[in-house]
Design a protein around this ligand. Structure first.
Ligand SMILES: [Zn+2]
Length: 350
C-alpha cells in the first residue's frame, strides 16, 4: 500500500515551531530585563551597552543561555547552573513538559509512554481499580484525568448486538511477524512492549503495533456477557491516532502464544524481562473469524484520552485455566466498568 506523508511542509513547520519553542524556553529562564532589552527597537547608546555587559557578567546570563540549550534538548543538566530562585521545582516534570511541548509544536504526538503507559507515576495521585482512587474517582485525581469523568465517548462499552449496524466494511489487514519484545509489570497490568515491524492496515491508514496488555476480567462486554480476559493490542499511525484491537480470551485449550509470554512473566511491579530475540509473534493470538465490532472510544485507563478507534474481534480465543490463574493471581480485577454509549455508532464488520 502507498504510504504518503506531507513531510517537506511538516518539516518547515517543525523548524519554525522549534524556533518558537527555543524562544519560549529562553523566556522561562532568562531574566525579564534581558528579554526586554533584546526586544527594544531603539539602538542602545555605548553607555547602555557597557551597563548591559556589566550586568550580564554579574548576573551569569551567558550561563543561563547555555542552560536554555540544555533544557531544550532534554539534557539532564537543567537547573544546575542557575541560582535557587530560578531552579525548576521539579526538574523531571520540567523535562517532561518541555519534551511534550516540543513534540506538540513540531506536530508530532508526545512520547508514547506518556499516552499508553499512564501507569508511570508522574504525580502523587495514583489511580487504582478499587478503593478511593478507583474508577469512580479517576476524573478528580488530576486535572489531566478530567476526561475520565466528562468524556462522552469513553471505553469500555457493552456491545449490544441489537443496535450494531451492518453494511459494507473492510477487513482489518494484520501484518504481524516474529519480533523482539519486552514484558513488564507496570503495577496495573502485564504489558508486552513490541519492538518490530508489526502493523495493521485499516481505514486507509497503517497503524504500527506499539504494545499489548491484558485485563482480567475482559473490559468490553458483548450482549452484557463478560469474558474471562482480554488482550488489548495498541497501535498508532503517523498522525498519532490510536487504534486498539481487542482479542477476547475465554477458558479452554492452552494458548501457545500466551504460554510463551507467560514463560517470561514479570514477578513484581517494574520487573522487565526481555524475550529471546525474534521470539514473539502475535499472529498466533488472532482468532480465525475476522468478524469484528468497530466504534470510537477512549483509553480505558487515565487520562482516558478519546478519539481512539476500537476494533473488538468477535470470536474469542482460548486460554487454559492455569494460564488464567497465573495472571489473575497478580491482577484479580484490572477492568474499568463499562461506560455509556451516548448514541455512538457500533459497526459490525469483517
Ligand atoms: Zn487495555
Amino acid at each position: 500500500m502507498p504510504y504518503c506523508s506531507p513531510l517537506p511542509a511538516a518539516h518547515r513547520m517543525a523548524h519554525r515551531n522549534l524556533l518558537a519553542l527555543v524562544l519560549a524556553v529562553t523566556a522561562m529562564f532568562v531574566p525579564a530585563t534581558v528579554i526586554a532589552q533584546t526586544q527594544a527597537p531603539a539602538a542602545p547608546t555605548p553607555k547602555e551597552i557597557g551597563d548591559q555587559v556589566r550586568r550580564a557578567l554579574a548576573g551569569g546570563v551567558a550561563r543561563d543561555k547555555e542552560l536554555t540549550v540544555g533544557a531544550g534538548s532534554g539534557s539532564a543538566a537543567a537547573g544546575s547552573a542557575t541560582g535557587p530562585s530560578k531552579r525548576p521545582a521539579n526538574p523531571r516534570a520540567s523535562r517532561q513538559y518541555i519534551r511534550a511541548r516540543a513534540a506538540e509544536l513540531a506536530g508530532r504526538p508526545p512520547p508514547m509512554e506518556e499516552i499508553v503507559d499512564p501507569a508511570r507515576p508522574v504525580g502523587e495521585a495514583h489511580w487504582a481499580y478499587h478503593g478511593i482512587n478507583g474508577p469512580q474517582a479517576w476524573g478528580m485525581l488530576k486535572p489531566e484525568y478530567a476526561t475520565c469523568a466528562t468524556g462522552q465517548r469513553q471505553s469500555p462499552i457493552n456491545i449490544d448486538e441489537s443496535i450494531t449496524l451492518r453494511g459494507p466494511a473492510e477487513a482489518i489487514q494484520f501484518a504481524y511477524g516474529p519480533s523482539n519484545a519486552t514484558i513488564v509489570n507496570n503495577g496495573h497490568t502485564v504489558q508486552v512492549d513490541m519492538n518490530g515491524d508489526n502493523g495493521i492496515f485499516v481505514r486507509g491508514s497503517r497503524f504500527h503495533l506499539i504494545q499489548m496488555h491484558f485485563h482480567h476480567p475482559a473490559e468490553e462486554q458483548i450482549n452484557f456477557r463478560t469474558y474471562a480476559m482480554v488482550a488489548h493490542l495498541v497501535h498508532r499511525n503517523h498522525l498519532g491516532q490510536l487504534a486498539v484491537v481487542a482479542v477476547l480470551l475465554e477458558p479452554g485449550e492452552a494458548n501457545p502464544v500466551i504460554d510463551h509470554l507467560w514463560t517470561y512473566m514479570p514477578l513484581g511491579k517494574d520487573d522487565r524481562v526481555p524475550f529471546p530475540r525474534g521470539s514473539v509473534d502475535l499472529t498466533g493470538l488472532l482468532p480465525k473469524d475476522p468478524l469484528y465490532y468497530q466504534f470510537m472510544g477512549s483509553l480505558t485507563t487515565p487520562p482516558c484520552t478519546e478519539d481512539v478507534l476500537w476494533m473488538v474481534l468477535k470470536q474469542p480465543v482460548t486460554i487454559s485455566h492455569e494460564q488464567l490463574r497465573l495472571f489473575a493471581q497478580q491482577f484479580p480485577n484490572n477492568a474499568r466498568p463499562v461506560q455509556p454509549i451516548n448514541g455512538r455508532v457500533v459497526r459490525e464488520a469483517r
